[in-house]
Design a binder for this molecule. Structure first.
Ligand SMILES: Cc1ncc(COP(=O)(O)O)c(C=O)c1O
Length: 425
């Protein structure tokens, strides 16, 4: 089993050209990953190669179109390996929000007035607003799972209370994009399935941090966003084949009625799929070189295991950084982290930490860090309900620091020093 020290973050950083960027003499410290990560060289190469050699539309009777179709098919197969599904269960779209709205409308066509959907107060609004919209569209009743404000975990008692014989869907995030909590999705899926409901999982925040296995989660649908896991701007959906085949999706008449075409409206960002293939090749390299997985990156054989190995290695490294981040920030006077801070509970969180600093508005803190070249987010990051449940909406939300596997212990030190100086100012 490789240890975090085998990780060699310098070599990893060498694969991400943007990490060399400097602003006003400061090496940029990218702690804004939850809003979108940086991309490796292989992703850039994939985009460039696609656009310079086979940039065209699908299903043409000519060589570049045939080559392009092969790239797109390979992107679906690799994405399926990333999530643990089958290639035809995977569809791309503009982003997770657009996919969720499109699918929620299709799911709404199967529901009747009085059917119930369960949503949580910990989720990004991408996994709330599309389901709320069905209240007006088809008379669905939305029930809420509350969040415990002491540690920002889901209140499981309120989940049990929300489930009932009319529950048709439970919409839950795998991890919180605001405070990093990892939700017990398998347990939630079991409870949902026990009442005959389906489970929609928003894995956007989890995807850059954790290995994902749709079968182990027993999800029915799962969405994520490649631009949050070292790929280009696009969204990715996995769904259980039997459900996707039967879903009355909105589609143009000439489009093929087979999977995944029936889910992908219009022309996709082909170059982004080619870039994502590069991202997967990079992750496979990580899985082989750091995670001990076998095989050749870029080939189908063994790809799932190489990708899983990469994500296990990433999780191990990031997990090792969490205590430094939490301890360093917690030692600053007036700083309060919301979410899990107990070092014994790191397995329940991603390396995403949100905090307030007494006497300083979150945006002022982020701006001051920005002048030091340190990128952090402030506000609610669309975790709309959570920020309100915490009573922080009026005061500008929180500052959010999100580590990715290309971040270093030195960068955490620079962050803590910067926040400490701001606190003292
Ligand atoms: C947990 C979570 N869900 C959904 C989204 C929305 O993703 P997209 O921008 O792909 O629509 C985000 C983006 O921040 C997110 O963090």
């Amino acid at each position: 089993m490789p240890t975090p020290t085998d990780f060699d973050v310098r070599a990893i950083r060498g694969r991400f050209p943007s990490l060399a960027r400097e602003i006003d003499g400061h090496r940029v410290v990218y702690l804004d990953g939850p809003g979108g990560t940086q991309v490796p060289d292989a992703c850039l190469d994939g985009i460039r190669e696609y656009l310079t050699t086979r940039n065209t539309n699908t299903h043409g009777a000519f060589p570049t179109s045939e080559e392009s179709d092969a790239v797109l098919a390979e992107a679906h197969a690799a994405a399926a390996d990333f999530l643990g599904g089958a290639p035809d269960e995977v569809a791309f779209g503009a982003n997770a929000t657009s996919i969720t709205f499109a699918m929620s409308r299709a799911i709404g066509r199967t529901l009747r007035a009085g059917d119930e959907i369960v949503v949580t107060r910990l989720d990004h609004d991408c996994n709330v607003a599309p389901w709320l919209a069905l209240q007006d569209d088809c008379g669905v009743v939305v029930r809420w799972v509350d969040v415990r404000t002491d540690d920002c975990t889901l209140d499981e008692a309120s989940l049990d209370a929300a489930l009932g014989p009319r529950t048709r869907l439970v919409a839950v995030g795998l991890a919180s994009n605001a405070v990093g909590t990892i939700n017990p999705v398998r347990r939630i899926a079991d409870a949902a399935h026990a009442v005959g409901a389906r489970v929609w999982v928003d894995a956007v925040h989890a995807a850059p941090h954790l290995p994902i296995d749709v079968a182990a989660l027993d999800a029915d649908f799962l969405v994520c966003s490649p631009y949050k896991f070292f790929g280009p701007h696009m969204g990715l959906l996995w769904g259980r084949r039997s459900i996707l085949e039967a879903l009355p999706v909105y589609k143009v008449r000439p489009a093929e009625d087979t999977l995944p075409s029936r889910l992908e409206t219009g022309t996709q960002a082909h170059e982004a799929q080619a870039g994502l293939l590069g991202t997967f090749r990079y992750l496979e390299w990580l899985g082989v070189s750091r995670g001990g997985a076998a095989g050749e990156p870029g080939t189908a054989e063994g790809r799932r295991e190489r990708l899983q190995a990469a994500m296990r290695v990433i999780r191990g490294y990031e997990r090792s950084l969490i205590p430094q981040l939490i301890d360093g920030l917690s030692a600053i006077r007036g700083l309060r982290i919301r979410g899990i801070t107990d070092p014994g509970r790191v397995d329940e969180r991603c390396p995403t930490v949100a905090f307030t600093l007494e006497g300083h508005r979150p945006q002022a803190v982020s701006r001051a860090l920005g002048t030091r070249g340190i990128c952090t987010w402030d506000g609610d990051y669309y975790a709309y309900e959570l920020i309100r449940a915490l009573g922080l909406a009026e005061s500008g939300g929180m500052v959010r620091v999100g580590l990715a596997h290309y971040n270093t212990s030195d960068e955490i030190e620079a962050l803590v020093e910067g926040v400490g100086e701001i606190a003292a100012s």
